[in-house]
Write a new protein. Structure first.
Length: 486
């Protein structure tokens, strides 16, 4: 074969492969349309489609350009967690004490600790862990300790968050995200999704009245400047972890007697300790005050503890269903720091990202050009290529836990952020993908069975477009339908 024909095949190889595979060539049309779209004149978009049987790339567009993945990054985090921890992995939260426990009098002459290991599900709205109909495992601790003979704790109730770094946030998160529920920080003793709920009454006038904050963080003050305009929640909370002063701006709908706005909790571990104190007091166990125990405390503490009981989380395979279907940033960051603590250099964001990157490299993924700065995709500093993401998905489909992972992805036309997509096409109820969206970055990563009966893994990401997010969603939807029609 002469060099001229070899050059032509190299130049048009993508077109030949896709056309042969999809028959009608719709995917080619959608690729060409997007490449010529004015909305991406100053932006970039990438695509990589991999045959799940052979591992061959069967369609692509700029697959080796690093782009911002947004929440599709959760595929890397949850996949690494399944691979390294195992689908049956469960978190354990420990109830411990120091000093002496006189079982005759029921007095603990020391402190009681609730030591976290990163469990994101403790008193989470997604995993209430009910015993019977009304009492969660955490809420049952008062009666459990009472049955063990505990009547009094002379010391304090201490929330031990020392497994994770005292800095709860990844670098690269913007100030505007930190006070929001989706930008809540991590804690080794995560509690109630690390958030609070602001309750508003908007039935009188144009000003929204803040009636309560539940739970109310200790020493935290909330100053509301929210108005009653519009038809949806446009309220934004500004504040930081460990902070005491929070300000809320924006608007919410009027005519609501109890309208809820969710926000980040500044100290979830302290809240957990305070609530445990109340649970114990309610059954007659007297205690001291509540406080937290940090890595700084751990570095200088020589105290020996003894275990009283434990709390256990759901299986990891169930946890990642929530992470991927609901795109829960807090859960993803908890998983990332768990990987750092259990498999890496420590419970930090940097420790976790190093573990994730190393794991995928060990599985044969070329990680050059990949930059990870969190586990959820909220940071704009994250960079991946669509080839890397699609390759990760291809590797996952060869894992013994693929079925569980596949079940964690939202289904097109049916679930979560994929509900409105691909209706009335062969991708509906067929294509499963993790979605991603932050300002000027949107994408999808998952699997679909094509018309020809082949399972393919794909990654589709667009950055810095000039159209609206909804318009870009519709443009990318056409590409996904094109993939399904191959």
């Amino acid at each position: 074969m002469n060099s001229r024909w070899l050059g032509l095949i190299t130049a048009f190889g993508l077109l030949l492969v896709v056309t042969a595979f999809d028959g009608g060539g719709r995917l080619n049309t959608e690729i060409n349309n997007l490449n010529n779209d004015e909305a991406l004149k100053h932006g970039i978009w990438g695509l990589c489609v991999i045959d799940a049987d052979s591992g061959n790339v069967i369609a692509s567009n700029l697959p080796d350009k690093s782009v911002i993945p947004a929440s599709t990054l959760k595929v890397l985090t949850t996949g690494a967690a399944m691979g390294l921890l195992g689908k049956d992995y469960r978190y354990t939260t420990y109830i411990e004490y120091d000093g002496e426990f006189d079982k005759t009098t029921g007095v603990i002459s020391g402190n009681l600790y609730i030591r976290g290991t990163g469990d994101p599900t403790l008193e989470s709205s997604a995993f209430p862990m009910l015993l019977g109909d009304t009492v969660s495992e955490f809420q049952s601790l008062g009666l459990r300790l009472k049955r063990m003979g505990v009547n009094k704790i002379n010391g304090m109730i201490i929330g031990d968050q020392s497994l994770f770094s005292d800095n709860p946030l990844p670098d690269g998160w913007s100030w505007g995200d930190l006070g929001q529920y989706y930008g809540a920080g991590t804690s080794a003793l995560a509690y109630k999704d690390n958030k609070v709920v602001l309750h508003y009454n908007t039935t009188k006038g144009d000003t929204a009245k803040l009636t309560s904050v539940v739970p109310q963080p200790r020493n935290a003050n909330y100053h509301s400047f929210v108005t009653c305009e519009g038809a949806k929640d446009e309220a934004y909370v500004y504040g930081a972890p460990y902070g005491s002063d929070f300000r809320i701006y924006g608007s919410i709908p009027k005519g609501k007697a109890d309208y809820e706005v969710e926000a980040a909790h500044p100290q979830p571990a302290l809240q957990c300790a305070e609530d445990l104190k109340q649970i114990l007091n309610a059954v007659g166990i007297t205690t001291g005050e509540a406080r937290v125990y940090t890595q700084e405390d751990k570095a200088k503490d020589k105290t020996v503890r003894k275990q009283l009981t434990t709390l256990t989380s759901p299986k990891l395979s169930d946890i990642i269903v929530h992470v991927n279907k609901k795109s829960d940033n807090v859960y993803a960051e908890q998983l990332l720091r768990t990987l750092g603590a259990v498999k890496g250099s420590g419970g930090t964001t940097e420790g976790g990202t190093a573990v994730v990157k190393s794991y995928w490299q060990s599985q044969g993924v070329d990680v050059s050009g990949m930059n990870l700065t969190d586990g959820s995709g909220l940071s704009r500093s994250n960079l991946v290529t669509t080839r890397q993401m699609a390759t990760v998905l291809y590797k996952i489909c060869k894992m013994p836990w693929f079925k569980e992972f596949d079940a964690s992805l939202p289904v097109a036309g049916k679930e979560g952020s994929m509900t409105s997509l691909c209706k009335g096409t062969c991708a509906e109820n067929n294509l499963r993908a993790k979605t991603g969206y932050i300002n000027r970055a949107r994408g999808y990563a998952g699997y679909v069975k094509t018309k020809s009966g082949k399972l393919v893994a794909f990654s589709l990401l667009a950055n810095n477009y000039t159209c609206t997010p909804t318009e870009m969603k519709k443009k990318l939807e056409k590409v996904m339908v094109g993939i399904a029609e191959m």
